[in-house]
Structures are given as C-alpha cells and as structure tokens.
Design a protein around this ligand. Sequence first.
Ligand code: PNS
Length: 163
Amino acid sequence: MNIAVYPGSFDPVTNGHLDVVERAAKIFDQVIVAVLCNSSKTPVFTLEEKMEMLRRVTAHLPNVTIDHFGGLLVDFARQRGAGVIIKGLRAVSDFEYELQMALVNQKQDPQIETLFLMTKSDNSFLSSSIVKEVARLGGDLSGMVPKAIEQDIYQKFDTIKGE
Ligand code: PNS
C-alpha cells in the first residue's frame, strides 16, 4: 500500500491545505494528515480543535485519516509505514525553506521521499496566518476556508475578543 503523510500546523486548515489533501488522495492509497502538536509557535486552536476541523472537512475522502505527531516527521512517517511526505508549494518564497526541510528529512531517512504539489493559483495567497488575521479583524473568510469550519473560526475570535 502506498501511504503518504501530509504534515503541518493546520492552525486552522485552509482551502489551500484541503486542495493538496484532495489531490494527494487521488495519487496515494492512504493519506495521513499529521498535525504537529509541539510547535514553537503558539497556536490559536487546540490540537483537538484542529484535528476535529480536519476530520470534518476531509469526511468525503475515505482514504484520508487525521493523526498527530510530536517528534521528528520522518520517525512518524516510518512508524506509519509511509514512504512519502507531501508538501504544498505556493510560491518561490516557500521554496527555500521547504527545500531545507526536505534535505534535512532526506538526511535523517533517505528512504522517505518528499513530494511537492503546487497550489492552485486561486489559493496561492492563502495561509493559516492570513486566515487568522482576516478573522481577527472581522473580515470575510469565504473562499479561504471550507464552509464547514467558517463559523468555528469566527467563534474562536469572538471568544478571544470576549476574554
Ligand atoms: O504548517 P507548517 O507549520 O509549515 O508545518 C511545519 C512542519 C510541521 C511540516 C515542520 O515543522 C515539521 O516537519 N516539524 C517536525 C519536526 C521535524 O521533523 N523537523 C525536521 C525537519 S526540518
């Protein structure tokens, strides 16, 4: 079975992430979306919230599962029997950092390949940070995140404002 891991912070999942997952699900027998749980960045959403939103927006993809990891990505991939790490690329500006990470991962485990999927041009401006900024300032999230989680994001920022 050809298994791929798609890692990230997903704080929160965006339409750009979902597009990559949907395309990876056509290429691989199984895609494991792996949420990083010990990021140095302080997340807005809890690990459980991030995983629950991912489960909801990928419910139509039977070969996609949602998981989490805390150590080295290649160790997680090996434990799950995955030979490929999927990464999305939006622009040349992503490339330098992604190349560095791919080379580190290759050094750690040469058996695991990194495969880059280019984003759809509609999503090339999107990031979780941009989504959070728009939601925080009361902007319109349509087209940026899946409809099914739009309210969760608005509500999270209402809660933060009310605190
Ligand atoms: O969505 P993000 O924040 O760009 O995802 C970054 C992620 C999770 C892919 C990256 O931080 C990662 O792989 N972390 C795991 C630790 C690791 O294996 N580091 C070595 C590669 S640099």
